[in-house]
Write a protein that binds this ligand. Structure first.
Ligand SMILES: [Fe+2]
Ligand SMILES: [Fe+2]
Length: 339
């Protein structure tokens, strides 16, 4: 008979993976001793959340047979877990009451289905060089607070030997991310639903060369994340500090026409490539995390929950009956009555 795995074994596995970064005692939440217990706030009243790597919800002695690794917990994930026998969820992004449980409380909702929940965000970042690897370079310089701004992460890397051009970088990424299959799946969905205007994140926000030609040479790459506060001035300084850089790479978030980083890249003679969007982090961080958990806990079944968000025009959404329902509710209950 195989060993019975408990929630505390999952905590221990996550602690091993992160080299001891998981919360182990109540003091860890308040003492400031665990640097990975961190509060994130945009200073929007009532919207801060504190990351607590490790167990968020559940009992240490609860049995675990099936684990789901996912990026952001949502009510869809909780319902999928409940319906498929998942008894532990490991989310990469931090979770908060209501925000990650469809507006209700995590402990009553997850408790109803007997699901333990773990999170592992900043405590997982920085453990591996996967982001650079997937994008075809090897970072030799990493700054996690460039110009003194916490979270303004800058990698400088050499292109891998097999990556000679910007086109090689993009082809590598498209092949690793199975972009062709996502394109085909969306095409199929559009046909099935008789609507050509459905969009999907991994297709709409796929890798793209925004400055330069696919045949342009790549040897040294600056890799940054536009949402972290990386400015054209930062780019200019980084290029001066690292002579020989010929390519700028933006991942997780990207830039759109009008962003001053595009003009700065042109001025500096750089290629500019937008790589993986945040929607593909399940590949970058989720897959290695799931594999590590499976390796340490071979007795449990590990699955990944893959998000797929589509945009559908209002008039093309659902059946004629549900369209009629929405009109009826709108007319009878939602619009102000004329007298
Ligand atoms: Fe992440
Ligand atoms: Fe993320």
């Amino acid at each position: 008979m195989s060993k019975k795995i408990l929630v505390k074994d999952v905590v221990e596995a996550l602690d091993k993976i992160t080299g001891g970064r998981v919360v182990k005692s109540p003091e860890d939440y308040t003492s400031g001793k665990n640097p990975f217990v961190v509060t994130k706030s945009s200073n929007i009243p009532g919207k801060a959340v504190t990351e607590t790597p490790g167990l968020v919800c559940g009992n240490l002695n609860q049995e675990v047979k099936k684990i789901a690794v996912l990026m952001t917990l949502t009510e869809s994930c909780i319902e999928l877990a409940g319906a498929t026998g998942v008894d532990a969820i490991i989310a990469h992004h931090p979770m908060a009451d209501a925000a990650n449980a469809g507006g209700v409380l995590l402990n009553t909702y997850l408790g109803l289905y007997n699901i333990a929940a773990f999170e592992l965000h900043e405590a997982f970042h920085g453990l591996h060089p996967g982001l650079s690897y997937l994008h075809g370079h090897k970072a030799y310089h990493v700054d996690i607070r460039y110009k003194g701004i916490p979270g303004n992460i800058l990698y400088v890397g050499d292109a891998l030997p097999e990556i000679k051009t910007v086109g090689d970088m993009l082809n590598r990424l498209n092949s690793l991310m199975n972009t062709k299959q996502e394109d085909e799946l969306l095409d199929y969905e559009c046909k099935l639903r008789c609507c050509q205007d459905i969009c999907e994140t991994s297709v709409s926000a796929q890798g793209e060369i925004i400055v330069g030609e696919p045949t342009n040479k790549v040897s040294k790459v600056i890799h940054m994340f536009p949402h972290t506060g990386f400015t054209p001035e930062h780019l200019e300084c980084a290029v001066q500090e690292h002579p020989g850089v010929d390519t700028l790479l933006a991942t997780i978030s990207r830039v759109y026409p009008g962003n001053p980083l595009i003009d700065k890249a042109k001025e500096l003679g750089l290629n500019f490539l937008c790589g993986n969007s945040h929607a593909l982090e399940i590949m970058e961080n989720g897959m290695p995390l799931a594999r590590a958990v499976q390796t340490l806990l071979p007795e449990v079944e590990v699955v990944l929950f893959k998000e797929r968000v589509t945009s559908v025009p209002l008039d093309a959404f659902g059946t004629k009956e549900i369209q009629d329902y929405a009109r009826l509710i709108t007319e009878q209950f939602l619009l102000p009555k004329n007298n």
